[in-house]
Design a protein around this ligand. Structure first.
Ligand SMILES: [Zn+2]
Length: 329
């Protein structure tokens, strides 16, 4: 088995182990009756147990993703034995970095070994990547800032009120209230719209950025200027923006914005009793490396057609510029 890596990464496992994972992935039985997108996944746990999975679709374009399937399988069959290799089998080796969606990144962070590797390829050749370094970015990776403009100060102050009023009745965590956040999308020169955490009993919460993007769609019709400028997120002291919600934003930009790389300001409240804030500056691209978005799944023509439909629905006036960032990295 030939092993390929990026940036001089040293793989942590043997060719035999990677082969076992790709074999398990090949043996999976996905049911993508809507997307036709067969995600064949396999995994190995720390003690060497092998699990097979795939994507299983249901409802109106909902799915249990391939990565979720193998994680759940491993947790059920081998409790406490964490997944250390997550693999995708392909018909041909492409060498491209596989795209875990935001939801799967959240699943992996919650359930897999912290040093998990992501692999993709065939029985002859695999690409091996360290999951954490490749797919995750947190506060400490971003630039700290204290230079907020008047609009950003107003947004953070208002959003902070919302965070303090947000509850999470479906979590038994003692600090559940400190793990929530609120988001604001600034657009059109002087306007902004907020999104709040909307938990539900089925555990399929609408996250704040997603909520803001939906409100934005309701609000912009017939406005002169709908250009999306900044995302501001106010985080409780223990909040981290789930990757699924970062993906909601990237997906929103892919379909409605002039560019999918806009500034993101993260404002973190200090714990109760400590005054002040920590501010971090990032961008929609930086905080979600290798995103899984429409521009990855669709070709240029399909994406252009989808953008046209979405923008007609909202009466958007501008013709978005062709954006080189929308192309596959
Ligand atoms: Zn996924």
């Amino acid at each position: 088995m030939e092993i390929v890596t990026l940036d001089g990464y040293k793989p942590m496992h043997s060719g035999e182990e990677y082969l076992g994972v790709i074999r398990a992935a090949k043996a999976s039985n996905p049911t993508p009756f809507q997307s036709g997108y067969r995600v064949k996944t396999g995994a190995m746990t720390a003690s060497g147990k092998i699990v097979s999975g795939g994507n299983y679709e249901y409802g109106l374009t909902r799915a249990n993703h391939g990565e979720q399937s193998v994680l759940v399988g491993a947790q059920n069959q081998y409790p406490g034995d964490l997944v250390t290799i997550m693999g995708f089998s392909a018909d041909e080796f492409s060498g491209r970095v596989p795209r875990h969606c935001g939801n799967c990144r959240d699943n992996i962070i919650a359930a897999a070994h912290p040093d998990m590797e992501t692999i993709a390829g065939t029985l002859e050749k695999v690409l091996v990547l360290p999951f954490k370094q490749t797919y995750t970015r947190e506060d400490e990776d971003f630039e700290r800032t204290y230079a907020l403009n008047a609009d950003e100060l107003e947004m953070t102050s208002k959003l902070s009120d919302y965070v303090n009023l947000t509850s999470n009745p479906y979590s038994t965590q003692e600090d559940a209230g400190e793990r929530v956040y609120a988001a604001g999308i600034a657009f059109g020169g002087s306007e902004w719209i907020h999104g709040l955490f909307l938990p539900d009993v089925a555990y399929w919460a609408a996250n704040p950025i997603q909520a803001a993007t939906i409100k934005w769609q309701g609000a912009v019709r017939d406005k002169r200027d709908q250009n999306i400028e900044t995302l501001v997120v106010v985080l409780g002291p223990k909040a981290s923006v789930p990757y699924v919600d970062r993906q909601h934003f990237m997906e929103f930009l892919d379909l409605y914005a002039k560019t999918n790389n806009v500034p993101v300001l993260l404002a973190r409240q200090k714990p109760v009793g400590e005054p002040g804030w920590d501010y971090f500056k990032t961008t929609s691209q930086e905080w979600l490396p290798y995103p899984f978005t429409p521009s990855v799944l669709m070709n240029d023509q399909e994406l252009a057609a989808e953008r046209e439909i979405r923008q007609k629905q909202l009466g958007i006036f501008y013709t978005p510029d062709p954006d080189p960032n929308l192309q596959e990295q």
